[in-house]
Each structure stands twice: as structure tokens, then as C-alpha cells.
Write a protein that binds this ligand. Structure first.
Ligand code: ATP
Length: 446
């Protein structure tokens, strides 16, 4: 695991961003829980996506489809037969690997193949196909109940609702359907903290277009989605595209481009989002399997067709990890012995927007600070802190990415002004306390 990831795992636990699931039972390596600060950060990220994709546009509608779907959906989508990874077992140490794991020497199944963990030779079995979908049962009696799957992506819930959404909203092509929700994949090798887990979330949008205009829309979405990631404050030189070559494309895909972020260390560049031109594959499959037409009626031209789909599929958990990696800094502070750890999160994403601190616990300062905190809390998540030296209190907030620190001192009580400290520049400015809501609103916009 890259150095910074190890530090982040510890910071995330200590400060309440991310906890290991079921930790008191020894935990699971592949599932994580989001603590008080983590849930705020994730929600802010998802709200930003929802705003950009759904609310700020008139050509995309929102949807929240169910995790459990008719089992035939996954036959139609190709997941029952095709959503597989090649798996190999080591007979000696019982570990499991993806057959394409680059640390395996030799061909699994042959006598010269070597286990990358225990080093034994000839103990790796032949690769077998392993389906990544979680199975469960619908109905009370397991033997007779239908096998259903936990969805491995949100997209299929969108395809099967294509006509419901189009007809209820009277959208005309081109238009999109967006949703945010849980997805489950029984990954063979989860890991790298929240980068690859077995339960995660997706923010996916399917954009339905007229065949022939699909590459044009693919290029537009490829550009727009990169702009969105940059606007989160992710360093431009850590972001890049990976355009899939013809031989790497899924059989139904006409084009695919990943947006990758450089996580550093051994993880290096990893995918945050995929932009895919899926052609008419999904709707055509669902038409065939369901026997129901999924065509769009183009009224002005009096013709019906199955639209093509350009998909944008982003993982908020991975993007959240990218934000932590991108924002994490340890630095010295001029004039202070102790350094500080800073999480330079974009102010709009920061879980807490401002810390409110009475300089000392007397002379009317806590009372005034409480009044200010209570007033600001009506509009923003605020943290009130009166314990310990003021420098310590600033540093506790720097470490969780709080962009502003508001300090109430002796002068505040006398003239109604306070200082506002900027997390990144450390600049302090004296302002009238009653202007604080407007000042914060202005600085948090964007
Ligand atoms: P990968 O190649 O990393 O397995 P993928 O190409 O299978 O990802 P998609 O099916 O395109 O991923 O899913 C869209 C997004 O969902 C990914 O870009 C990623 O951000 C997120 N995602 C996919 N699998 C996981 C996982 N196991 N854990 C966390 N996020 C995931």
C-alpha cells in the first residue's frame, strides 16, 4: 500500500472518516463504513455530482432503481455468463489470485508456476471462471425461492426504466438518466483501502442518443467529466485519460475512455470513472429477453429506433479516496515548532465548513462564540471547540479539511468583530461577526 494510503487509513479511523466494517469481530478486508466526517464528505461529493448531472441540466432526469431486480435482467445484460474473472487457487497456502495477477510467475496449472505469496512451485491450480455477482434468494423458503442477484452496477436499472422515464417526463432524445446507488461485486482481490471493495457506490448516467451521433456525444461527455473531476480540486497533473484500444473494448462497446487518478506508490494510476459508448447493446438485449419494445418514437421524422447509449460511470468511494490522497499534506509552520497535517479539500466538499473558537474560556468569549456557532449552524456544518490551546484547535480542524477558523477574542466582545482564518494561506482577517453568514456563503460557492 502506498505510504500516504497507510497514513490516510489511520487518519480516517482516528478522525471518523472511514472505519473497517465489523471491526470488533476482526473486520472484513473488503467492506468499509463511513463515519461522521466520511458520510458528510461522500454526501457532498454525491450532491455535487447530482447537481451537475441532474439539477443544473434540463436534459437529464434522476432515478433511484432497486438493488434487487428480475433475474432475467442479468441474463440479458450478459452478467450471468460474462461477468467473470479468472481465478486461481494455491494448494499450498490456500490463497486466491486473479489469474492475470502480474506477480504470478509462469502459467497457473503448469509445474513451473510459482505462488506469489508462499513461493511454492507447481501448487497453483488452473484458472477457472468466477462470477463476481453476489447471489441471494427471494422468498421465504430457500429451496424453492428464486435466485436473485445483488446488482453489480446501477445501469441495468436505468435501461429497464428507459421508457418509463422518457414517457413520464416527455424528454426527447438526446437525454439522459442518472442515478446514485449501491453496487456489489465479489471481487477476487479487493484492497487498497476503499479503492476496491465488495460493496461500493456508483454515480452512473446513461445518455440516450440517435445512432450516428453517438461518437460526438461520447467526446462531449469525455471532456465534461474530466472538467468535473478537475473542479473538485484534483491536481490536473494527477489526472489522465486512458483510452481503451480496440482489442481491449468489451464486445458491445464502440469506444471507452477511463479517467484515471495517480494515487501514488504502488497503486499509481487507477480508474475513477469510465465513459463508454455502448451502442444499442443494452436496450436491444432487454427488448429480446423481455419481449417488450424499447424504442424511441421520433415524432417529427415519424420513425422509431433503439437509441444508442453513452454512459458515464463514476465511483464515489474511489473519488473520495482520490480527494484524501490529493489533499493530504504534512508541513512545517513558520514560527511554530510543531508542524501540521492538512487535508486540502475543496471548501464545498469539506465535511465541516468552519470551526468556531473562543480564544479563552472566560470574559464573555464562550457565550459570544456559542451564539455565532448556533447562528451559522442553521446554514452550515460548524464545529465548536473551546478545549486546549488555540493552535491545537486550528490544527485539529486543518487535519480534517475545515476551510475556515473563526476566533472570538477580547476585541470581539468589545466591538463585535471576529477573525477568520484560512486553512490554506493561514491568513487571518478581522470581519464583523454579523457578516459571517454572507462571507462563508460567498467563499463556499463554487
Ligand atoms: P475496475 O477495472 O477498477 O474493476 P471497472 O472498469 O470494472 O473497474 P466500472 O464497471 O466501469 O468499473 O464501474 C464504474 C466505476 O465504479 C469505476 O470507475 C470505479 O470508480 C467504481 N468501481 C468499480 N468497481 C469497484 C470496486 N470494487 N470498489 C470500488 N469502486 C468500484
Amino acid at each position: 500500500m502506498p505510504d500516504v494510503l497507510e497514513k490516510l487509513v489511520s487518519l480516517a479511523k482516528r478522525r471518523g472518516f472511514v472505519f473497517q466494517s465489523s471491526e470488533i469481530y476482526g473486520g472484513t478486508g473488503s467492506v468499509w463504513d463511513y463515519g461522521p466526517l466520511g458520510v458528510e464528505l461522500k454526501r457532498n461529493l454525491q450532491d455535487r455530482w447530482w447537481h451537475a448531472m441532474v439539477r443544473a441540466r434540463d436534459d437529464i432526469e434522476g432515478l433511484d432503481s432497486a438493488i434487487l431486480m428480475h433475474p432475467r435482467v442479468w441474463e440479458a445484460s450478459g452478467h450471468v455468463t460474462g461477468f467473470v474473472d479468472p481465478l486461481v487457487d494455491c494448494r499450498n497456502c490456500k490463497r486466491r489470485f486473479r489469474a492475470d495477477d502480474p506477480s504470478i510467475k509462469g502459467t497457473p496449472g503448469s509445474p513451473d508456476a510459482q505462488c506469489p505469496v508462499c513461493g511454492a512451485k507447481g501448487t497453483l491450480g488452473e484458472a477457472r471462471q468466477f462470477n463476481l455477482m453476489f447471489k441471494t434468494f427471494m422468498g421465504p423458503v430457500e429451496d424453492t425461492a428464486a435466485v436473485v442477484y445483488l446488482r453489480p452496477e446501477t445501469a441495468q436499472g436505468t435501461y429497464v426504466n428507459f421508457l418509463n422515464v422518457q414517457q413520464s417526463t416527455r424528454q426527447k432524445i438526446p437525454f439522459g438518466i442518472a442515478q446514485i446507488g449501491k453496487a456489489f461485486r465479489n471481487e477476487i482481490t479487493p484492497g487498497n483501502f476503499i479503492f476496491r471493495t465488495r460493496e461500493f457506490e456508483q454515480m452512473e448516467m446513461q445518455f440516450f442518443v440517435e445512432p450516428g451521433t453517438d461518437m460526438e456525444w461520447f467526446e462531449k461527455w469525455r471532456g465534461w467529466r474530466m472538467d468535473w473531476h478537475r473542479a473538485l480540486g484534483l491536481a490536473p497533473d494527477r489526472l489522465r485519460y486512458y483510452d481503451q484500444r480496440e482489442d481491449e473494448l468489451a464486445h458491445y462497446a464502440r469506444a471507452a475512455s477511463d479517467i484515471q487518478f495517480d494515487f501514488g506508490g504502488t497503486l499509481a494510476f487507477g480508474e475513477l470513472e469510465g465513459i463508454h459508448n455502448r451502442g444499442a447493446f443494452d436496450l436491444t438485449q432487454h427488448q429480446q429477453f423481455s419481449g417488450k419494445k424499447l424504442e424511441y418514437f421520433d415524432q417529427p421524422n415519424n420513425r422509431r429506433y433503439v437509441p444508442y447509449v453513452v454512459e458515464t460511470a463514476c465511483g464515489p468511494n474511489r473519488t473520495l479516496l482520490a480527494l484524501l490522497v490529493n489533499g493530504y499534506r504534512e508541513e512545517t509552520v513558520a514560527g511554530e515548532d510543531e508542524g501540521r497535517t492538512v487535508l486540502a479539500l475543496h471548501p464545498s466538499l469539506a465535511p465541516i465548513k468552519a470551526g468556531v473558537f473562543p480564544l479563552v474560556k472566560k470574559d464573555g468569549m464562550p457565550e459570544m462564540a456559542h451564539r455565532i456557532a448556533d447562528d451559522l449552524r442553521k446554514s452550515f456544518p460548524i464545529f465548536y471547540d473551546e478545549s486546549g490551546a488555540i493552535g491545537r484547535r486550528y490544527r485539529r480542524q486543518d487535519e480534517v479539511g475545515t476551510p475556515y477558523g473563526i476566533t472570538i477574542d477580547g476585541q470581539s466582545v468589545a466591538d463585535g468583530t471576529v477573525t477568520i482564518r484560512d486553512r490554506d494561506t493561514l491568513a487571518q482577517e478581522r470581519v464583523a461577526a454579523d457578516r459571517l453568514p454572507d462571507i462563508l456563503r460567498g467563499r463556499l460557492a463554487g
